[in-house]
Design a protein around this ligand. Structure first.
Ligand SMILES: Nc1ncnc2c1ncn2[C@@H]1O[C@H](COP(=O)(O)OP(=O)(O)O)[C@@H](O)[C@H]1O
Ligand SMILES: [Mg+2]
Length: 146
């Protein structure tokens, strides 16, 4: 059970808390962990891509964004507290919820551990829109950490 755990990281406190929980689970179950950070392209890029008939930039990585994404992921690596060989990381471009579900399916992950909230300041709802969407559409169980 829980051989491959996907941990979506957006730089928020909740995502770090999720990374900590994922690290504990991985120790008990000898799991591999994939951290994923999704870079959201500006709406103008998505609009231009769809006008050109291109499937909106999904899945591509953008090297210019690499260093920033790496910094976000480096902090989360510390919260995981796992040996380096048990952890891989991915940076992908697209809509966060869609890409998290896609990476989970393509990588054969059997658990997603993510935060209930992210970096946006909207506090009106119990859950953020990304965690809400992923919990509805993920191909595997989702653990939402507060
Ligand atoms: N761009 C992203 N890349 C990877 N994970 C993300 C991204 N955005 C959100 N998440 C994940 O979803 C969780 C909830 O964030 P979100 O639903 O965006 O809440 P909020 O609306 O408060 O920003 C985060 O803790 C993180 O685990
Ligand atoms: Mg967010």
């Amino acid at each position: 059970m829980f051989n491959k755990i996907l941990v979506p990281i957006d730089g928020s406190r909740c995502a770090l808390a999720a990374a900590h929980v994922a690290g504990e689970i991985a120790q008990r179950f000898d799991s591999q962990i994939t951290m994923v950070h999704v870079v959201e392209p500006p709406t103008s890029v998505i609009a231009a891509a769809s006008m050109a008939g291109v499937a909106a930039a999904n899945g591509a990585t953008d090297e210019a964004l690499g260093p920033i994404a790496d910094e976000v992921l480096a902090a989360a690596r510390q919260s995981l507290a796992l040996p380096a060989e048990r952890v891989t990381q991915q940076v992908v471009l697209g809509h966060p919820a869609e890409m998290i579900c896609q990476v989970a399916a393509e990588g054969g992950h059997d658990l997603i551990v993510m935060g209930s909230r992210g970096i946006s300041e909207v506090r009106a709802f119990f859950m953020g829109s990304v965690s809400d969407k992923v919990s509805h559409h993920a191909p595997c169980p989702v653990l939402i950490v507060r």
